[in-house]
Design a protein around this ligand. Structure first.
Ligand code: NAD
Ligand code: ISE
Length: 336
């Protein structure tokens, strides 16, 4: 059976997910597209999914009887109404991260899914599907002993001009927020943010870089540098320090060359290539579960928990290094 997929939001990642469903993965067909910019949807129809219907409104796409499951790949602050509509329609929904840009909005999604009593939302936390993070989790279990500290960095070569200081949390750091919960099997209990000197490549609305310090319920202290205009490439670093030793996220495969008295290798420049296999696997998981009318992988609860921590980090941005406490809400049985 091929799951009939509708995609709302056909910008950078919506287009890339359309490509992988149409050209890489088995089990799905892109039958419907919608975007606030109709030309973007039309371009994906023309280039990738010639048989798809272009809808003027995302809500009409969700309601269409020819759509079995939905991808929400619009900008973060616009996800909520589409995800709620997919839940109301009883259709599996893959929502790109962040589930929502505030915990209040993410909670409304959790409440809608809980009221329905059936899991229908997968969140695009693709790092959980990345082979490198998988190996790191395994190394924590087998080699490092109890984790004590994590040192990490999330560096983008550059970001669009409308990217601001809170987005460095709910659009960028959100990946680390989720992957640390998964990696350490632990919850965040406090957040602090420090601002080093700002890069001259930034602008008035974006303080860049930032250093976020998270503390977990088990007492692990995590320091993460978020630097979204680092200029030199797309670079994701993560080192776990445990009682018996350390474990470091592997670098992406790259050929080393020795020429002209230099030892070199290329560094990737964007997320599309860095996590290409993880995106493929997360969407394969979605298609397989959607064929059964459900979802697998990181869900609305994970999206909500990440949003709770992100809210605390955004509050901490205004507090010059002061810690903001993070409470862990009780988890509904649906997510056990
Ligand atoms: P983008 O700006 O390239 O594309 C967003 C698209 O959504 C645009 O075409 C825009 O016209 C459309 N849009 C905006 N509001 C809309 C609305 N209310 N209704 C319909 N269409 C609307 O952004 P992007 O980089 O593709 O990011 C999209 C989402 O994917 C974001 O949530 C982002 O955080 C996430 N993302 C995730 C990853 C990852 O690594 N998992 C990477 C990139 C983006
Ligand atoms: C983007 O939306 C992503 O999710 C990328 O993985 C991340 O590196 C980038 O900072 C975000 O803007």
């Amino acid at each position: 059976m091929s799951v009939r997929i509708g995609i709302i939001g056909t910008g950078a990642i919506g287009r890339d997910h359309a490509r992988r469903i149409a050209q890489v993965l088995a089990g799905g067909t892109v039958v419907a597209l919608a975007d606030a910019n109709p030309a973007a949807a039309e371009a994906v129809r023309r280039d990738i999914a010639p048989g798809a219907e272009v809808f003027a409104r995302g809500q009409d796409l969700i309601a269409s009887p020819s759509v079995d499951a939905v991808l929400v790949t619009t900008t973060g602050a616009t996800h909520e109404p589409y995800v709620l509509a997919a839940i109301a329609a009883g259709k599996p929904c893959f929502c790109e991260k962040p589930l929502a840009t505030t915990a209040t909005a993410a909670l409304r999604i959790v409440e809608a899914e809980t009221a329905l009593g059936r899991r229908l939302v997968q969140v695009g936390f693709m790092r959980r599907y990345d082979a490198g993070y998988g190996a790191l989790k395994d190394a924590i279990a087998r080699h490092t002993g109890r984790p004590l500290m994590v040192h990490a960095a999330h560096r983008n070569q550059s970001v669009p001009g409308d990217f601001d200081t809170p987005m460095a949390i709910h659009d960028t750091l959100i990946h680390e927020i989720d992957v640390f919960r998964w990696l350490l099997e632990d919850d965040h209990v406090s957040a602090r943010v420090l601002f080093p000197r700002t890069t001259s490549r930034s602008h008035a609305n974006l303080r860049d870089p930032q250093i976020v310090i998270l503390e977990t319920a088990k007492g692990v202290v995590i320091s993460v540098e978020v630097f979204v205009n680092c200029a030199y490439g797309y670079d994701i670093q993560c080192e776990v320090v445990g009682e018996n030793g350390t474990a470091r996220l592997p670098e992406p495969m790259a050929v080393q060359t020795r020429t002209g008295a230099r030892l070199q290798n290329d560094i990737l420049t964007d997320w599309k290539e860095r996590f290409i296999d993880a995106y493929d696997i997360e969407l394969r998981d979605f298609l397989q579960a959607a064929a059964r009318g459900t979802v697998a992988g990181p869900g609305a609860w994970d999206g909500y928990m990440a949003a709770v921590t992100a809210d605390a980090c955004v509050s901490a941005q205004a507090l010059a290094g002061e810690a903001v406490p993070i409470s862990t809400p009780a988890r509904p049985a649906l997510y056990d």
